[in-house]
Design a protein around this ligand. Structure first.
Ligand code: SAM
Ligand code: SF4
Length: 473
């Protein structure tokens, strides 16, 4: 069979990126090889996100551009997967006649069959059936040998929370957890391929296993912590209502668990939280943050905020600003509210104008910039353990030491802060720096979104990959 080339454009969150790896893996037996060059592709797949209107617009604008390419290359196959595919189904083909395949969030394991059908019959195919629930194919490992040291592992899919603004329960289905044995096996496979850090993924990871009566999330973390060769564990996302004491203690007790939690608050106003159906109050959120910081003082806390939810008054918005000041988050993602299909908030009156949403967004981001910079500046002078991820994105060869070439590397602290450094700086030789190694770095400078440091010492355990393969995308 001739090799064919597959190009995947992933538009969306970590979940979509994980799914894209799975797509590449299931299509490998059909001789599809990944290419970074869209012009080379025989099959282009757009893996989509529907969470906000802007993400969806991006999908349709990319698909629009593919129409010209298909005209000059009629054998090219075009597939649309992910949340927009699940949400719009046949509507995508009505708008974009050049699309050959629309497949939903539960159809990845059926993808080889669907592609073969299109290749032999040259027909258009739609598969948005969600009845089979979570896709349970074991990670085949081919795609894991790509030189990356940090990877995502899905532990659950879907969501049962039905926050009134959110499309996830409609496009990803009900919450379903994967069996712990399969998760641990997948992590062991990844570690064998050189992975040193995993991020456990789910829309509400701290309710892992509850519905199925499986292990608790804290117990799952303990099992992951025992995987030999793994250096770090991260997870996202946690719902404040399900943040248990056990999980708080896990940050203190499990040495591989990174000291960072993303805990989306969405709003600081109880009135808005109730309209959002978030099932906690501002007071409960603040109490949990306080407990967490008492148990694990070093923990970094980040969050999500939605501004301009229907009916959000100036007073409600002020309360969000006050909450940001009180918590002093390490970082924040803030979004302008957007109406989504099916969700109940879309039917609420008192929509906030675009202009007002823009202004509120700017106010939140400006305020948070101050706290992010402060949190970064507090680290100047300290020694931080960094997991080296690879050469820095802004790779430049820095010539500091008598004409020798020195590479700029990047990694993260346990608190998820990006640290860049140059291998010839500090007291250790360049040979000791490798992607996948823990290196102690003295923090020299703080910027708004990263830190700059000098290496002090590297762990001498023979773990790590050569950096040549590991440019961070
Ligand atoms: N499951 C997570 C939680 O409970 O917070 C996050 C899920 S969602 C993929 C990521 C973020 O997108 C949310 O935390 C929220 O801030 C934002 N978001 C979701 N729906 C939105 C909407 N309709 N408009 C604006 N932002 C939205
Ligand atoms: Fe969406 Fe709420 Fe579920 Fe998060 S918890 S995925 S915001 S419905």
């Amino acid at each position: 069979m001739d090799t064919k080339y597959l190009y995947i454009n992933t538009i969306g969150c970590q979940m979509n990126h994980y799914d894209s790896d799975q797509i590449a893996a299931v299509l490998r037996p059909l001789e599809y090889q990944m290419t970074p060059l869209m012009e080379m592709a025989d099959l282009i797949i757009v893996n989509t996100c529907a969470i906000r209107e802007k993400a969806e617009q991006k999908v349709f604008s990319f698909l629009g551009r593919l129409a010209d390419i298909k005209r000059s290359k009629p054998d090219l196959l075009i597939g649309v997967g992910g949340c927009v595919a699940q949400q719009e189904g046949a509507g995508i083909m009505e708008r974009m006649g050049h699309v050959d395949l629309v497949f939903g969030t539960s159809a990845i394991s059926r993808l080889p069959r669907l592609i073969e059908q299109i290749e032999s019959e040259r027909c258009q195919v739609i598969d948005v059936d969600m009845s089979e629930g979570i896709d349970e194919f074991d990670f085949v490992g081919n795609e894991s040998d790509n030189g990356e040291v940090t990877r995502f592992v899905t532990i659950m899919q879907g969501c049962d929370n039905f926050c009134s603004y959110c499309v996830v329960p409609y496009v990803r289905g009900r919450e379903t957890s994967r069996e712990s044995g399969k998760i641990i096996n997948e992590i062991r496979t990844l570690v064998k391929a050189g992975v040193r850090e995993v991020t456990l993924l789910g829309q509400n990871v701290n309710s892992y296993g509850k519905k199925e009566g499986l292990l608790t999330f804290s117990r799952l973390l303990e099992l992951v912590n025992e995987v030999d060769g793994l250096l770090r564990i991260k997870f996202t996302t946690s719902h404040p209502k399900d943040l248990s004491k056990d999980l708080m203690f896990a940050f203190k007790d499990l040495e591989k668990l990174c000291k960072h939690i993303h805990l989306p608050v969405q709003s600081g106003s109880n009135r808005v939280l109730e309209m959002m159906n978030r099932k906690y109050t501002r007071e409960l959120y603040l109490e949990k943050v306080k407990k967490l910081r008492t148990i694990c003082p070093e923990i970094a806390i980040t969050s999500d905020i939605i501004v301009g939810f229907p009916g959000e008054t100036k007073h409600d918005f002020e309360q969000t600003l006050e909450l940001i000041k009180e918590v002093r988050f390490d970082g924040l993602f803030a979004f302008k509210y957007s109406d989504r299909p099916n969700v109940t908030a879309t039917r609420l009156p008192e929509k906030i104008s675009e202009q007002e949403k823009r202004e509120r967004l700017k106010e939140v981001l400006d305020l948070q910039d101050y706290y992010t910079t402060q949190a970064n500046e507090a680290l100047v002078g300290s020694e931080e353990k960094i997991l080296v991820e690879g050469y820095s994105k802004k790779q430049k060869v820095v010539d500091l030491h008598g004409g020798r070439q020195n590479f700029q590397w990047t990694g993260r602290t346990s608190t998820n802060k990006i640290v860049n450094f140059v291998q010839g700086d500090g007291g250790i030789s360049g040979d000791e720096i490798m992607a996948g190694r823990l290196v102690s770095i003295r923090i020299m400078k703080a910027f708004s979104h990263s830190l700059w440091g000098e290496p002090v010492k590297a762990t001498n355990i023979p773990l790590g990959l050569r950096g040549e393969k590991t440019h961070v995308a």
